[in-house]
Write a protein that binds this ligand. Structure first.
Ligand code: FPP
Length: 253
């Protein structure tokens, strides 16, 4: 992961990270099974990808399944797995056509071999694309991400490849997920909860946060544009003063 962008008044975010919350409630409001909500959520994912392509957002990270989601009722977990497998099968050609490079972040070993194979195929198939980097966080947790980085570095120290003192923020950050992308400029959470819920804990250090009560399947281009408009009005200071970054505010972040 590269350093934060130079302090500046924000424009189009380079990278958006989203917690797509509210699928279950969307279905319950219609007295339908929760999985119908997840299916509607998958349609909103497509809307969101199109929006990013149109606006020139270069990276999009979606929280599709957390480390904790495995503990949901087994029929919901099974249904979500079928939905992911079906979406991978159906959407990969279209994603490739639209110039989207797909990757999955998270603990892949917990998935069945068939789904792991499809993830690897989708990544290989779209690896040459460069219009939009799409990262789908599955079986992902921010604490897991930090722990796996710590383990890699501990192994390097134990093997004598690096000194303990050589571990700094840059070296640590190079081992968390999405290290090759700029950190998210904008975080969006739908569904009304005001939490980060173990999403990209390391990567969100200076990210602008935006919340909406809308449920994820109800999100459309106008919702996403409202988030971008709000983002464009924010002054990002990265710990400096408003005067230092050329704004009016003297308050430090
Ligand atoms: C949170 O809503 C959403 C999920 C756990 C699943 C997200 C999955 C999708 C949007 C579908 C497909 C995604 C891809 C990338 C193909 P919730 O169930 O926690 O909603 P609730 O808070 O209303 O119960």
């Amino acid at each position: 992961m590269t350093d934060p962008a130079p302090p500046t008044r924000a424009r189009i975010p380079r990278h958006i990270a989203i917690i797509m919350d509210g699928n279950g409630r969307w279905a319950q409001k219609r007295r339908r099974p929760r999985l119908i909500g997840h299916r509607a959520g998958a349609r909103a994912v497509n809307t969101c990808i199109d929006f990013c392509l149109e606006r020139g957002v270069r990276a999009l990270t979606l929280f599709a399944f957390s480390s904790e989601n495995w503990d949901r009722p087994q029929d919901e977990v099974g249904g979500l797995m079928k939905l992911f497998a079906g979406a991978l099968e159906r959407e990969v050609d279209e994603l490739d056509r639209r110039g989207v490079r797909v990757r999955f972040i998270g603990e892949r070993s917990r998935f069945a071999a068939g789904i792991r194979d499809r993830m690897a195929q989708a990544e290989a198939r779209t690896a040459h694309n460069d219009r939009l980097d799409l990262a789908v966080a599955v079986s992902y947790g921010g604490r897991w991400d930090i722990v796996q980085a710590a383990r890699t570095l501990a192994a390097d120290v134990a093997a004598g490849r690096i000194e303990v003192d050589a571990i700094d923020e840059a070296r640590f950050g190079a081992h968390v997920a999405l290290a090759d992308l700029p950190p998210p400029d904008l975080f969006i959470r739908t569904g009304g909860e005001l939490r980060i819920s173990n999403f990209l804990l390391w990567q969100l250090a200076y990210t602008e946060l935006w919340f909406t009560d809308l449920l994820w399947p109800d999100v459309d281009a106008a919702t996403l544009q409202a988030a971008l408009d709000d983002y464009a009005r924010r002054e990002r200071r990265f710990g400096l003063t408003g005067a230092q970054v050329g704004g009016n505010s003297e308050m430090s972040e």
